[in-house]
Design a binder for this molecule. Sequence first.
Ligand code: ATP
Ligand code: MG
Length: 575
Amino acid sequence: MRLSNYFLPTLKETPADAEMESHKLMLKAGLIRKVTAGIYDYLPLGFKVLNSIEEVVREEMNRAGAQEIKLPIIQPATLWKETGRWEDFGPEMFKLADRKDREFALGPTHEEIITDMVRNELNSYKDLPLVLFQINDKYRDEIRPRHGVMRSREFLMKDAYSFHATQESLDETYERMYDAYARIFDRLGLNWVAVEAPTGLMGGSYSQEFMALADEGGEEIVVCESCDYSSNVEIAKYEVSSKGDGKGPSKLKKVETPGMETVEEVAEHLGISSQKVVKTFIYRTDDGLVAALVGGDDDIEEMKLINHLGTKKAEMVSSQQEIKEITGANFGSIGPVGLDDDIPVYADLDVKSFTNFTVGANEDGYHLTNVNWERDLEDVNFINLRKVNRGDSCPECGSELEFHKSIEVGQIFQLGTKYSDSLGGKYQDETGNLNPYIMGCYGIGISRLIPAVIQQNYDSRGINWTSEVTPFSAELIVLGSEDEKSFQLGEKLYEELKKRNYEILLDDRETSPGFKFNDADLIGIPVKIIIGPRGLENGVLEVEFRSGNKEEIEVENREIEQIAEKLGEGISASA
Ligand code: ATP
Ligand code: MG
């Protein structure tokens, strides 16, 4: 590609509205332009990068035995109503109507559409297993689109779906997909980990997310360095402490705590540790109210409550008036003892070993002390409920858990029969019985992978592409365009390298050398081949790698093929 007529509008200034480094660089290097919130144009360089990532993903999906299809973006509401997700997706779904007022959505994902397709075609156990995939735009009206194509409202996803007769068959495909994902992210040069993940709106029984490690990433994960335990913080387990105080139950007491709203105030007043002032929260779920309890120093992880209850939502009751109606007290004094029997109590595993602890008395200005589980509370469900804390230990081996920031680049799910049940997708088994097929689904955020790769590969000069992502493997920079010898050598090498299937950018613009070098570094080209009169006088041209390393290549008395051969070696070595 000749830069003189390549549409590459690079920017000198850092765009004001970009916060994340990858977003700034994607704008500065002329990869994307914003149309409106969360909607972007890809310019030629950005589209080339997107295509290289797409190609890696496609190759590995084909290698794993998945078959490529293309499903519609416009999807009838009727299908989404059959699974109940027309409601569940809520405002995140872009909805529209046709001229006859029939409702449609722009597909945020494709479980409904694909299950509808196969329910009409997959009838026998002999047709299973089957794995299909597509690479297609998705539409989600994100509440806060941000960081450019990292979280946009239109984005490119690879989504695959698998159909099985048995759980073993699903397990086998799930593992094959996991391996394909590992190859994809390795080939893209990412530093990644797979973590256990909540299943969220997709549903299902088990899920893992693939996370690219990045300090600016929005997702927090925990990783054990000693064993292979790793998890999204939202569902992370921890080693439960069994530190009881060893004492038997003392007499339950109601004590005055006038005007005390916080755990710290109550603990100080009573001269006890704040952790033993057990906190109570009331949540409203699909099935009514529940009480959730954690130690005084801990916080509730709502996702854990949602997961455990299998409810779609759990909203903390946060109005003073409502909490008073439910418990009889204001927030500072609520507790589990004497709550309405209809409100089930869920307490964190860590507080199970507590004896003689303190809770609100459900009466303003009072707490109960010396509370004990069995004696004072019936039917408490102990579950993994609190947020993991720094210093927590691995639930599997007891080593300290490490916390990392990351970017979610993919997620795979064991869906079970959620969609085949609700949409009536059945196959006939060997004995003639009809069964719903067991499904898996597997997503990769292709457009999000661009900022993910950049977040791990940039410096003060710009992007530093990894070898399978880079849009060009080398750039030819001719210094002194009026120097005939340099110009001729540049032209010949350009043709010769292209013949050898290298993607080469030729900077034939009439600008200063400094400008050319800066642009090459900004857009992340791994190798610069510099041809100029000064070098040629000494019979050499210079090769500069993005790492800063330099090398001289002899050109005097060499055929153009030999020089190209030598340059090819350098390009390959840098990859
Ligand atoms: P997130 O939690 O980041 O909103 P998600 O879990 O809802 O993502 P999935 O349904 O798992 O997303 O979609 C598969 C992949 O698509 C994600 O792993 C992510 O890489 C990508 N993705 C999801 N939402 C967006 C978005 N708004 N913009 C760009 N990529 C996205
Ligand atoms: Mg996800």
